[in-house]
Design a protein around this ligand. Structure first.
Ligand code: ACO
Length: 370
């Protein structure tokens, strides 16, 4: 290492470092805006399906991308289901994200469209199979004629979802499918830059997503809400958690200094679901009371750091309202985000450049061997 480097301060957590140029998504943390290839995420969540937005992300990164992705993605779900034969009860009883990751790890590496579609299909097929086998039930085969969201819910439950439920999951998948250079996307780009293949890049993304500071937060959001139990308990519970040095799951973000726009897109989807549910309106009102208490206390405790509601808070409520178990939430997140990881991996590959930053050695100087 050159001597000069030791005087350069390390950007811990790479905060503020630009590591890629992307045409895929623009995260404007000051304005609280997320734009996917020129479209506001709220508009896409409201008007487009997951297949349309996955197409939007992949467009230009693959030759012969079909104009509508739904049939090809349906066929890819059928191909992915062949892998479910490798799922036994022991694997299914692991943390679902570990079981899904193990099944994805069996898929061959490649850089082409077939591999990409198989990888996008994989979490939607493997997650229901893992949940069902863990519960002693038979996996349900995909129906390629359904939308990705509707088929995932049907494979999970064994019976079709309502249109409203499928639309709500669709809105969720659109909302989370890409988000700049978040930790999992960066991990996927690093691996892609070594030319290891898309399966390796997706596995890296999924492994980063798993952590509770990233995509592993919504399960703990449910634990927090359940532990609080009633609106009147919120303040005391939150104060105790902060006194123990804990973080409130579903709050804070590295980039957003105002409200995470995805939280509002998801809240709109939950409000739609609430119209046909007897339980969702009460749960939503309770969660909003907890959110108000958390934001007030975080503002008092951390006046210099804007800590607002992030996507994971309303993710938890939406996926819970769809009857999905909290242990599966990270896998459902991966269902959407895999499209983003793959587009980023292809974009990184196109640069032809290996990602290889530097470290500054601060350990002991060379010592004579004893
Ligand atoms: N609850 C309480 N305090 C918090 C929270 C929180 N949710 N988030 C940040 N802080 C505090 C930190 O303790 C730290 O305080 P300190 O300066 O006194 O040590 C300060 O705010 C800054 O925290 P950093 O970790 O430096 O902030 P960063 O921007 O790197 O963190 C993160 C972002 C990891 C998301 C953080 O806000 C967090 O841990 N949130 C809870 C987990 C969560 O919701 N994750 C999902 C994020 S969205 C996604 O990844 C899809």
């Amino acid at each position: 290492m050159s001597k000069g480097l030791s005087t350069v301060p390390a950007a811990e957590g790479l905060e503020g470092i630009v590591a890629a140029h992307t045409v895929l998504s623009d995260v404007d943390g000051q304005a609280g805006r997320l734009t996917l290839r020129g479209y506001a995420v709220e508009d896409l969540a409201h008007r487009a399906g997951f297949e349309d937005v996955a197409h939007l992300l992949l467009d230009g990164f693959f030759d012969a991308l079909p104009s509508g992705l739904a049939p090809a993605l349906g066929a890819a779900r059928v191909r992915a289901f062949a892998e479910v034969a490798a799922l036994d009860e022991n694997l299914a009883k692991r943390d679902p994200v570990e079981a899904v990751r193990a099944l994805i790890a069996r898929l061959p590496d490649g850089d082409g469209l077939d591999t990409a579609l198989l990888l996008i299909a994989a979490p939607a097929v493997f997650t229901p199979a893992v949940l069902r086998v863990a519960a002693g039930q038979q996996p349900v085969a995909p129906d390629p004629s359904l939308s990705h969201a509707a088929d995932m819910l049907r494979m999970t439950r064994g019976v079709p979802a309502t249109d409203g439920e499928a639309r709500a999951l669709d809105a969720y998948l659109v909302t989370v499918c890409d988000h700049g250079l978040n930790a999992s996307t960066f991990a996927a780009r690093v691996v892609a830059s070594t030319r290891a293949g898309l399966t390796s890049a997706v596995l890296a993304g999924l492994s980063a997503l798993k952590g509770p500071l990233h995509g592993g937060a919504p399960g703990p959001v449910i634990e927090m809400l359940d532990a609080i139990g009633a609106p009147d308990n919120a303040e005391a519970w939150i104060l105790k958690a902060l006194a123990r040095g804990e973080r409130l799951m579903g709050f804070g973000h590295r980039i957003y200094r105002v409200r995470d726009p995805r939280a509002d897109a998801l809240k709109a989807a939950i409000r739609q679901l609430a119209q046909t549910s007897t339980t969702v309106p009460g749960r939503l009102a309770f969660a909003e009371a907890v959110e108000r208490a958390a934001l007030r206390i975080l503002r008092e405790r951390k006046p210099d750091r804007a800590l607002e509601t992030n996507v994971e808070f309303y993710t938890a409520l939406l996926l819970e309202a769809l009857g999905l178990p909290p242990a599966s939430f990270t896998c459902v997140f991966a269902m959407g985000r895999t499209a983003g990881w793959i587009a980023h991996a292809r974009e990184q590959l196109a640069t032809g450049k290996l990602v290889r930053p530097q470290s500054v050695y601060v350990g002991p100087r060379t010592k004579a061997a004893a």
